[in-house]
Design a binder for this molecule. Structure first.
Ligand SMILES: *Cc1c(COP(=O)(O)O)cnc(C)c1O
Length: 236
């Protein structure tokens, strides 16, 4: 099997999984967007994904995001939308803002303030999600829920910051169903923040679910699933 055929079969399998989870939870497939995480993929595989119509792509490191966006933009073909999904240092905001259609990983007030400053200078609002550490694990980035409640007024008031929703990573679990409570907690926090925000802020997006647990995340309301390894299974 060629790399293209494998990627095509993998993509079909993930799309079917998304459709099945939507069906189980009475949601429309249009409500869920697949972000193909390409951080471990060769650039040729990324080209394969794009030619298969998968044009929403995620990278977790700023320099790889920038170099790949540059390289693909120079080639004729279908336009793609890049999402920044990994930890972002404040000194990389200038590099990332012109490229990323959405930053999933705003994990501190200081980063949000830096993005706000750069966005105001560029005269273009930055679309972002706020990353929440719902499990409380030390290894994970993101606001603790209480920390986010405290910072919310200040975050919501930052100019140039277009907050579209929340993002989380569930802990590694043996069964995908065990991740559901963490996803449910993110959704509940989103509902709580929506209730105490002015109507200008629409927290429509919930970015949650990866290769091992995206179906469970969809059942709990995910609108963006970030899937990497499942798309590149059988390739090396
Ligand atoms: C790598 C990564 C993913 C994708 O993980 P897979 O298990 O390979 O699907 C999703 N989100 C973030 C933030 C990542 O860094």
């Amino acid at each position: 099997m060629t790399a293209f055929d494998r990627i095509s079969a993998n993509l079909d399998r993930v799309r079917s999984g998304i459709a099945a989870a939507c069906a189980r939870s009475g949601r429309s497939v249009d409500e869920v967007r697949l972000v193909a995480v390409t951080k471990y993929a060769q650039l040729d595989w990324v080209r394969d994904l794009i030619s298969l119509g998968q044009t929403t792509l995620g990278e977790s490191r700023p320099h790889q995001l920038a170099s790949r966006a540059d390289e693909l933009a120079a080639e004729p073909g279908i336009p793609v939308e890049w999402h920044m999904i990994g930890h972002l240092q404040r000194n990389k905001v200038d590099l990332v803002l012109p490229i990323a259609a959405l930053i999933h990983s705003v994990d501190s007030l200081r980063l949000a303030q830096r993005i706000s400053t750069v966005a105001v200078t560029r005269e273009k609002p930055a679309a972002v999600l706020i990353e929440v550490n719902v499990s409380g694990e030390d290894s994970k980035d993101g606001f603790a829920p209480d920390e986010l409640r405290t910072a919310w007024g200040e975050l919501a008031g930052l100019s140039g910051l277009d907050i579209r929703g929340l993002m989380t990573m569930a802990p590694r679990v043996d069964e995908p169903a065990q991740a559901r409570p963490y996803f449910a907690r993110l959704r509940a926090l989103r509902d709580e923040l929506t209730a105490c925000s002015d109507r200008r802020i629409d927290l429509a997006e919930l970015s949650m679910g990866m290769s091992g647990d995206y179906e469970a995340a969809i059942e709990e309301g995910a609108t963006l699933v970030r899937v990497g390894s499942s798309l590149f299974e059988g390739l090396s």
